[in-house]
Design a protein around this ligand. Sequence first.
Ligand SMILES: Cc1ncc(COP(=O)(O)O)c(C=O)c1O
Length: 391
Amino acid sequence: MADDDTNTRFATKAVHSGTQHIGDAVNTPIFQSSTYKLTDERYAGWAAGAQHTLLYARMSSVNSDAVAQKLTAMECGEDAETFASGMAAIATTMVALLSQGDHIVASADVYGGTYGLLTEELPRFGISTTMADMRDPASYEAAIQPNTKLLYIETLTNPVLKVCDIAAMVDVAKRNNLLIIIDNTFASPWGCQPLTMGVDLVIHSTTKYLGGHSDLIGGAVIGSKELIAQIFKRKAHFGGSPDPHACYLLERGMRTLDVRMPRICENAATIAQRLESHPAIERVYHTQLESHPDYEVAQRTIPKGSGMVGFVVKGGDAAALKFMRGLNIIYEATSLGGVESLIECPFNSSHGAVPEDVRVAAGVVPGFVRMSIGIEDVDDLWADIEQALSS
Ligand SMILES: Cc1ncc(COP(=O)(O)O)c(C=O)c1O
């Protein structure tokens, strides 16, 4: 896939790779069809496995293929599969690659839905997980058992933004002959391209930065042709496939990733710096701040920055809620990665189901606030934050 554009740079791939100029259209039109004419050629494709063959939209559609090709190019992979959500991508990938009796090493900091999958769902099928420390590759290595099949990591954790030393984790995986999978949602392929560092599979919730406009739910996995073919087979069986219209929206969002991300990261770094010197704020987490515990690793893995900022408001959760509800521009909602800035208190949203002592041990202390910074004017964002803090 995408053989025609291997020599172009990231921004050009984001705009052009995979886009289908059907009927001389500039954009891939929405092909809202559940099924396609069964020609001899397509039938031959079906017999060969049906991946990327236009037969039936649970397997592949014009719009999902366009997105898969663009993602393959942007993540420097060989192939990709698209899903109806990030969780569908993660769950299908796990089930495709693991069998009863297999073992995973992951971290308790992973996204909550992934944590639930690892601790509540996969054990029902005889697949176990040991939680290690995402910051410490040696802890992952120490957790490996004879039946371990894969290491699971995230580029940045949620919400305290721990940074994973991807190169060191890849080293652990390769020395122990294990697969290594990363959820690269928080960085996006603009911020980090883990396949170029030796990771086997990259997963995205395309709901976030790739879609970029808070108007779709989607997921994807990118990697070698061989692994993606295995995952496609399970996608066909489990059926977590994306609708053509969602793929159309996703492709449109992906085309502007390269211009959205620099503004998002610049805004986030500015807001983080200003928060750090505000008297109502106890602590700030952002990968571009030298005070970040993983600053050095962040400069190697996501050197262009990130759009997420975590901070602790003095006065605990009540003060944080009062601050949040005093905002006029920044919108209180869970999720991230859109053009608009969003804010949440993890204690009553993303981490609401996590017991308080576990939350606090992970760094989500009372007063913790998480912001996904958008592309608004940074001075307007700051003025909104300042007026809400002073109230
Ligand atoms: C890092 C990360 N991975 C996966 C997911 C799940 O994605 P989705 O909501 O698209 O299923 C999320 C959702 O917030 C996430 O933040």
